[in-house]
Design a protein around this ligand. Structure first.
Ligand code: GAP
Length: 437
């Protein structure tokens, strides 16, 4: 894990938040490569679950919403963490930490100093509170959303009225969510501010098991398609006492992170909890009307909920490799080309030869609008390969003296390290084909 954290900082994927001021626990910033990786993950998700399907509607709701929403959704009363403080070292932690991947265990000893002298468990609501307007009183309270899901429920009627979808259908949203997390560590696994990619899939009650199973497959297939080995995932069903206040059945897909199998995504059967409550509390009829049978009812909901940061951490862990080739060590990030932040890097063989730089620049200009490309002329070629391997760039293109005569380049494959000479005229087609393999 330390090696991944260090590579992420060194190569510009992920930086600790507010670093020059000593940091702020559980916050991180995405660097230039991190933003690209995150965008590629979100784009892949959106394409698969919204654009490529006929039964899905996209949404981008607000982070700040009327606080009555969080009362109706049960979050102000039911979304609760149990906080315990160690009397000896004053470390604060959540009492319901996951003991191992198969069960949630209550912690009876301080995870920092091992003391069993703990304060009585204290409940707290991990939602960030703020105030709308100049007066800070109870009527102006607003919360930073702890899940994107509620924007979907409160827009349910809008989507029905605009598009008249037939059940089953889903509404999907990607966006930030905020939680006042007190458990520290494990890098971007648990952040204060993170991105969720969520779907509320509206169904008839009788069909919930069928769609639950369907979504298990959908989730798994998309995630494995990012280049993950199946042996690194499994499903874990929540015990009754673990279920969130809105769920009748939840299963988590767990990934084998460097710190063990832990929750990657959740899949919950939210029955008709949210629509019914919002209907009651808002006074608006949120039932669905089946025009064929004239039946009016609250649809039930299957909710696949994905975390962008956990996806990122999983693909980074999966891709991280250390190798020794002919006595030379290298670190290589074998990211799937479709999500790699940069697809190619272009180098002149020597930085002090203007004719090589000129030619290499034309190649870079040719490629950079088609694939995200990096330019590097620092240090020697070996160091440049090393840097691009660590950044997960699938192909490195070098312009040497032969290139000036023959109008070709060498293309080096990140994974095999094999090099091929390719004519500059054929380069775009060659790289496109390789990236789609
Ligand atoms: N709407 C349902 C919901 O929010 P959840 O299990 O609390 O369910 C869903 O969260 C997913 O969001 C998790 O499986 C995880 O991927 C991600 N997630 C939750 N809390 C997180 C945090 N503090 N930091 C990073 N990701 C988080």
């Amino acid at each position: 894990m330390e090696k991944i954290v260090s590579l992420c900082k060194r190569r510009g994927f992920i930086y600790p938040g507010s670093d020059i001021y000593g940091g702020l626990a559980n916050t991180f910033d995405l660097g230039p490569l991190g933003v690209e990786l995150a965008n590629n993950i979100k784009k892949s998700w959106w394409k698969r679950f919204v654009q490529d399907r006929n039964d899905m509607y996209g949404l981008d709701g607000g982070i700040l919403m009327n606080s009555k929403i969080w009362e109706a959704s049960g979050h102000t009363q039911g979304f609760i963490d149990v906080l315990v403080e160690c009397k000896k070292c004053h470390h604060r932690f959540r009492q319901d930490e996951i003991g191992n991947s198969k069960s949630k265990a209550l912690i009876s000893k301080c995870p920092k100093c091992g003391s069993s002298e703990l304060t009585e468990p204290k409940k707290f609501v991990p939602m960030f509170k703020t105030f709308v307007g100049p007066v800070e009183d109870s009527s102006s309270v607003a919360y930073l959303r702890p899940e994107t899901a509620q924007a979907i429920f409160v827009n349910f009627k809008n989507i029905l009225d605009s598009f008249h979808p037939e059940i089953p259908f889903g509404i999907a949203q990607v966006g930030k969510a905020f939680r006042n997390e007190i458990t520290l560590g494990n890098f971007i696994f648990r952040k204060l501010e993170f991105e969720q990619m969520e779907i509320e899939y509206f169904i008839r009650e009788k069909d919930w098991k069928k769609y639950f199973e369907e979504w298990k497959n959908e989730i798994e297939n998309w995630f494995l398609g990012l280049g993950v080995n199946k042996k690194n995932i499994h499903w874990r069903e929540h015990k009754k006492e673990e279920l969130a206040h809105y769920s009748k059945h939840t299963e988590d897909i767990e990934y084998n992170f460097p710190f063990g199998f832990k929750e990657l995504y959740g899949l919950a059967y939210r029955f008709d909890f949210d629509l019914k409550n919002h209907s009651e509390k808002s006074g608006k009829d949120l039932r669905y009307m089946d025009l064929k049978t004239n039946e009016k009812f609250f649809p039930h909901v299957i909710e696949p909920s994905f975390g962008m940061e956990r996806t990122m951490l999983a693909v980074l862990s999966e891709a991280y490799n250390e190798e020794e080739i002919k006595g030379e060590k290298r670190v290589v990030l074998r990211l799937k080309p479709s999500i790699a932040p940069r697809k190619v890097a272009v180098f002149p063989l020597l930085a002090n030869k203007p004719e090589l730089i000129k030619k290499a620049r034309t190649v870079y200009e040719l490629l950079k609008n088609k694939f995200l490309a990096a330019w590097d002329e620092r240090g020697n070629i070996g160091k440049r390969y090393y840097a691009q391997d660590e950044a997960g760039t699938p192909y490195c293109i070098t312009i040497d003296f032969d290139s000036l005569e023959k109008d070709d380049v060498t293309v080096r494959d990140r994974d095999t390290m094999k090099q091929e000479r390719i004519k500059i005229d054929d380069l775009v087609e060659y790289i496109s084909k390789k990236l789609n393999e």
